[in-house]
Ligand binder design. Structure first.
Ligand code: DX5
Ligand code: ZN
Length: 224
């Protein structure tokens, strides 16, 4: 199995045909599905809640990676676990007691993910690294799909990759925001292994062809 994982973000899918979009992404060879939950406070946008996550989870056998862009998300964790999330991501900037929140996610026996914004230094997650299964580096400011990749995040990806390698734990390093054919090589070469893609994937017209193209680009790199 490839070490690279493609995670379409359903934020850019056609919500009027969500079930079909989920199936199409799975058939195209997606490895995970990424679902963005926004609260209108931590980020200036509102999206989906546990009911939509449950509807997606019923349509797929893929991991359901839920990215909570929510301030103080503790009271919502259980609802998303019950909805079928297999991973729950919380933002370091949004949790007052981050260690407790991540421990709570683990207690529910789903994968714990810590996410950080472009302006947040890598050091902010260092104390919780041994507690997580995934680190999500935001490569745009969270809140919307279709934004331009922020290249200043690249050194941070490399820094976190180094820490993960030192720990020798199978922590997935995920990048999210502005990822597509023009940026995938740079983030992969800096150490990212999971690529969330919203706009690039769902606006591509042919999901299978798009995913194959991305895998081709990754295969041409020297490899992890
Ligand atoms: C943005 C979300 C992303 C979004 C990425 O706040 O966290 O998951 O869907 O979309 P693209 O790939 O279009 O930048
Ligand atoms: Zn996301």
């Amino acid at each position: 199995m490839s070490l690279w994982k493609i995670a379409p973000s359903i934020l850019s899918a056609d919500f009027g045909r969500l079930g079909e979009e989920v199936s199409a992404a799975e058939q195209a060879g997606a490895d995970w599905l990424h679902l963005d939950v926004m609260d209108g406070h931590f980020v200036p946008n509102l999206t989906i809640g546990p009911d939509v996550v449950a509807a997606v989870a019923k349509r797929t056998t893929l991991p359901v990676d839920v990215h909570l862009m929510v301030r103080e998300p503790d009271h919502l964790l259980e609802a998303f676990v019950r909805a079928g999330a297999t991973a729950l991501g919380v933002h370091v900037e949004a949790c007052t007691h981050l260690h407790r929140t991540l421990s709570e996610i683990r207690r529910h026996q789903v994968r714990a993910c810590v996410a950080l914004n472009p302006a947040t230094p890598a050091e902010a997650i260092r104390p919780v690294l041994s507690l997580v299964d995934q680190v999500l580096v935001m490569t745009v400011n969270p809140g919307f799909g279709g934004q331009a990749f922020i290249p200043e995040t690249l050194p941070k990806i490399r820094q976190i990759r180094g820490w993960i390698d030192e720990l020798r734990k199978p922590i997935d390093l995920v990048v999210d925001g502005g990822i597509g054919p023009d940026t995938i090589e740079a983030v992969a070469l800096h150490g990212a292994r999971v690529f969330v893609m919203g706009n690039a994937f769902f606006k591509s017209g042919d999901y299978k062809r798009f995913a194959d193209g991305i895998r081709g680009k990754l295969a041409s790199l020297s490899g992890p």
